[in-house]
Design a protein around this ligand. Sequence first.
Ligand code: HEC
Ligand code: HEC
Length: 324
Amino acid sequence: MRRTLTSYAIAACAVALCALAACKSDSGTNPPTTTGDKTHGEYLVKNVAVCGDCHTQRGVTGLPIDSLNMAGGVAFSIPNLGTVYSRNLTSDSTHGIGAWTDQQIITAFRTGIAPMHMHNGVAMDSVLFPVMPYWLYGYLTDSDAKDIVAYLRTLKAVSYDPPMDTIPAAARVTWPKQAGIPDATTNDATTQRGKYLVTVAACIDCHTIPAATTTNPFASGVNMSLFLAGGRPFETIEPGKLIMSKNITPDVATGIGSWTSSQIDSAFAFGWDDQHRALCPPMPWEAFNGMTSTDRAAIVAYLRGIPAVSNTVPEDTTLHCPHP
Ligand code: HEC
Ligand code: HEC
């Protein structure tokens, strides 16, 4: 289970701790190095890769906490291993990435290797746990990667140190760039763009179950024979209740093969399924709603052309969500 709704509750505790520790935001200094296009970087960060979903804590209301924008500390509990917290991506030079070079930032989010750095006197492990989807962001083009850095440099410095994780160092293994991502049957510029977006928007992460291993379920990528066929469980705010990611392959019986293009678009970018039921978190449709219509159409074209996988996803044990 990766991104869980219970993390919202944990995030609220972290805010209380922050208040005790008299956290403050300061304006800091932003290194003036970057050549990327920060407007396009903002689009990628907010509407495609949705970095803030994992790097901004949410309050009790479920809304992101503005004063901790992109400052990390969102908790992910990993069964049998411990808890990992996202890290501070603001330009604070002590707790964030303000002192890193552009290349160090790009290497961290594309390969999972961060530079050695200290947090409150403790050396942070430089091998990032693969909850952070660097194994998909590895496909980001140089130009898009630079644009992301240019945008991150504009983030207000937040002097906040996320809690230390409790993952054993031995469980930290770099997960290579995901291999075997298929082309669509009609392999043209549109479906190639769709494939790129489905990769860097991490649809693959949430909609594909991890490859089974006996030791560490997060050590070997996702199960490509069930590519985008759903079934990854996510915790909800109701204790013990789960919501499953759905089969978004063109299989007619178990996937979205019978949906029209506009139904697919309404689902992933507007939050309505084919029965006009609202989609629940963590499906980040509100972020995808800001994608350009060209990019949304490319995603639809790609999803319609990938291999159909017959996979019946287990029933959700939670009720459907109200549409905001
Ligand atoms: C699914 C959740 C998730 C998403 C989405 C995500 N991250 Fe992360 N990220 C994490 C977690 C968790 C860590 C900490 C990993 C660890 O400690 O091993 C992390 C760590 C990082 C680090 C290392 C920082 C440090 O101080 O070591 C960088 C850089 C980073 N993320 C950038 C990004 C960018 C840029 C995006 C969007 C393009 C992004 N992340 C999207 C979960 C996520
Ligand atoms: C953070 C995890 C996450 C990410 C990232 C994500 N999804 Fe989802 N998605 C879900 C979950 C969970 C559901 C089930 C929601 C529900 O049933 O209420 C879902 C549901 C859907 C549905 C509705 C399918 C159905 O049968 O009802 C579509 C379509 C969809 N996602 C497409 C996408 C696309 C396309 C992307 C990438 C652009 C994407 N998702 C990224 C978690 C995610």
